[in-house]
Design a binder for this molecule. Structure first.
Ligand code: AMP
Ligand code: ZN
Length: 468
């Protein structure tokens, strides 16, 4: 099957031809691990997980290498470590930084596992690759693409002839439009940092330019080369990383003489109820917040897959509810199904066409309606699994999924009781059910349009039994 991918570097959908079909290689920029991942951070994880699954399906699982890094050099991580040290925590600053990063890396893995994302083959941490970064910076200086000044090393942007090509901008436009930092140690305001000095209150590593730490962009160039080789196939990340991060990665790696990535993929951003997610708008939430509210990871994943990765996606309450209903139906359909079949070819074709997950889901709706025999159902389950859905159903449904589905059923029942009460004007049953839900830790929010059942921290599903 031919895979076609939209390459940001050429702005075209291209036939994907790996350098080596026995070792297909993909690098995706991972999170800066200073806190829990927000819902937007989960989008590239789900998108590139689908691509990883498709590559594994097409080339064989053992012939694909997926690397996603952790950026654990960051001022916000340092700030938390410093605050802990000031509050009396034991250990050096480096140890406290490591402790904070370990904590957030564990959270990240747990949250992304809940979304059904496979772990990448390698998840390198920047701080384990400082030697490779220093070597690469030395090489760039030797080749005259970088210069050291006042404990900093800077990349000479104007020496890189293709700079701006990926994001489609000229260097002069970028200077006019971007907030470039003018600093006395820079030859040109566009030049960016490869290495910067650390004072005693910050983590740092010895280098030919004094004690310091790497800039963000060099991390990915050095880790990708070390783990995937100087030339590899796919590089991914969110749209917001095109400039300056990816532009800078390309400049560094190409000037060091690497072939670097051949296909660039970028996902569009996620919004919430039509608005940019931000703390000031009060619509900012993490993946963990949703999981804790009882929204199953499969539901989050399903909602994400319903929008094509190159379109902006909107997370809405309505979509969440719809996704829960659909997955509940599909779970019932595949109960007891064997997992021996190949996935539906139409779905593989849809994914092979620049990851058309939207089309894949509409095909699944059709297949679900048509599925009658045990063979149909087993094929349907195999197809769901190709999309990373339904995997948990096989080994018994996860508790979160069960609970959410129980609430969907209850909600429908509650609506029916309320309809009857409206015509008979006898609301005693409504009140009774509401009381029982309250006792089980479920808040009932009623409005003209409908009703919402929201699990509270004291939610106890065993108390729902009499109601189901
Ligand atoms: P960061 O930790 O901010 O570097 O982000 C990690 C990944 O999440 C990057 O690939 C970003 O492009 C991506 N990302 C951040 N915010 C959003 C968003 N609102 N929608 C989609 N992707 C996002
Ligand atoms: Zn990167």
């Amino acid at each position: 099957m031919t895979i076609k991918l939209h390459n940001t570097a050429t702005r075209k959908k291209e036939v994907f031809e790996p350098l080596d079909d026995k070792n297909v290689r993909m690098y995706v920029c991972g999170p800066t691990v200073y806190d829990r991942a927000h819902l937007g951070n989960a989008r590239p994880v789900v998108v590139f997980d689908v691509l990883y699954r498709l590559l594994r399906h097409t080339y064989g699982a053992e012939h694909v290498t997926y690397v996603r890094n952790f950026t654990d050099v960051d001022d916000k991580i340092n700030a938390t470590a410093l605050a802990r040290q000031e509050a009396g925590a034991a250990g050096t600053l480096e140890e406290l930084v490591r402790e904070r990063s370990n904590e957030t890396i564990d959270w990240y893995h747990a949250d992304m596992d809940a979304l059904g994302a496979l772990r990448p083959n390698e998840a390198p941490r920047a701080t384990d690759y400082i030697a490779q970064m220093v070597a690469m910076i030395k090489d760039l200086i030797a080749k005259d693409f970088a210069y050291a000044k006042e404990g900093h090393v800077l990349f000479r942007v104007r020496a890189s002839k293709d700079y701006g090509k990926l994001s489609g901008r000229s260097v002069d436009d970028m200077i006019a439009g971007a907030r470039v930092e003018v600093a006395p140690f820079k030859e040109d305001p566009m030049d960016f940092v490869l290495w910067k000095p650390s004072d005693d209150g910050l983590p740092g590593w010895d280098s030919p330019w004094g004690r310091g730490r790497p800039g963000w962009h060099i991390e990915c160039s050095a880790m990708a080369a070390d783990l995937l080789g100087e030339s590899f196939d796919i590089h991914g990340g969110g749209n917001d990383l095109q400039f300056p991060h990816h532009e800078n990665e390309i400049a560094q790696s190409k000037c060091a003489g690497h072939g670097f990535a051949r296909y660039w993929l970028h996902n569009e951003m996620l919004q919430v109820e039509g608005k940019k997610m931000s703390k000031s708008l009060g619509n900012f939430f993490t993946v963990r917040d949703l999981l804790d509210q009882g929204v199953p990871g499969e539901v989050i994943r399903f909602v994400m897959l319903s929008t094509h990765y190159r379109k902006p996606m909107d997370w809405t309450e309505k979509k969440r509810v719809e996704a829960e209903k659909t997955l509940w139906k599909w779970k019932e359909l595949t109960a007891g199904a064997e997992r021996l079949r190949r996935p539906h070819l139409e779905v593989v074709e849809a994914l092979s066409d620049d990851l058309n997950t939207t089309l894949a889901i509409s095909i699944l709706h059709e297949k679900a309606r048509e599925a009658k025999t045990a063979e149909d159902k087993s094929r349907f389950l195999a197809t769901l699994e190709m999309l990373g859905l339904g995997e948990k159903w096989r080994d018994g449904v996860s508790v979160a999924v069960e609970n959410a589905f129980a609430l969907v059923t209850l909600k429908e029942r509650f609506l029916a009781i309320r309809e009857t009460a409206r015509s008979t004007k006898d609301f005693s049953e409504v009140d009774e059910v509401k009381e029982k839900l309250d006792a089980a830790g479920v808040e009932v929010r009623m409005s003209k349009e409908g009703v919402d059942l929201i699990p509270k921290p004291n939610f106890d599903p065993t108390k729902l039994e009499g109601l189901l």
